[in-house]
Design a protein around this ligand. Structure first.
Ligand SMILES: [Zn+2]
Length: 212
């Protein structure tokens, strides 16, 4: 989609005309009609249950494409100084292209519900909205879950656990003040079925009537 159908040049920074919607080539003015769908992010600290919910929802959503953002992670994306920009640009580009098939994408992953990682991306413009849902839980649940993970994932390290306990608290304290605000779902004491049903409901509410 970033290659212009008229002049053949590659530009990510097309101008968006929501009336089409069109993505307009800044070089030749060609109007590329596209599907401008919402993008949904389900995030939260490591250990809050994102992956479990993701696996539970696989095959159950009729009108959205769920994907786990970890599948594209590579060491070269580990650039905290620019909020992991290249990683998020890749995911937005991929989601934009998948959306052209008519279904919005729901991404699951840890840093996805930090709007400041996503909103400044050049590819953000191709979505009608980005909706954010962070799963949270009590600190001790995170500690237990991370300690129980297999050693190769290196999640049992006290420093790693501390980072994610703090990240979890950060969502609880800041979610409503973020721009845009991040919605929260506290999964403490909820069964996986219950949590998945609530996440599925949230997805339905966000994409209802907006699917092409
Ligand atoms: Zn062009």
């Amino acid at each position: 989609m970033n290659v212009c159908n008229n002049c053949g040049e590659y530009r990510v920074d097309k101008e968006i005309d929501p009336a089409g919607p069109y993505a307009i080539c800044p070089l030749c003015g060609f109007k590329h009609e596209f599907r401008m769908l919402p993008l949904l992010m389900v995030g939260g600290a490591c250990g809050v249950g994102k992956s479990t919910v993701y696996h539970h929802l696989l095959g159950t959503l009729d009108s959205a494409v769920p994907l786990d953002s970890d599948i594209l992670w590579r060491p070269e994306f580990n650039q905290p100084e620019d909020n992991y920009r290249q990683f998020f640009e890749v995911w937005l580009r991929l989601s934009k292209n998948i959306s052209q098939g008519g279904c919005p994408v729901v991404l699951f992953g840890s840093g996805l519900t930090v709007p400041e990682n996503v909103e400044p991306c050049v590819e953000r413009r191709y979505f009608s909205a980005v909706h954010y849902l962070a799963l949270t839980c009590d600190d001790e649940v995170i500690v237990e879950r991370l300690q129980a993970r297999p050693a190769w994932r290196k999640c049992g390290d006290p420093e790693f656990i501390d980072v994610h306990v703090k990240f979890n608290r950060w969502f609880k304290e800041k979610a409503s003040t973020l721009e845009p605000p991040v919605e929260l779902l506290d999964t403490t004491g909820m069964s996986i079925e219950e949590t998945s049903a609530q996440v599925a409901q949230w997805i339905d509410a966000k994409i209802g009537g907006k699917v092409a």
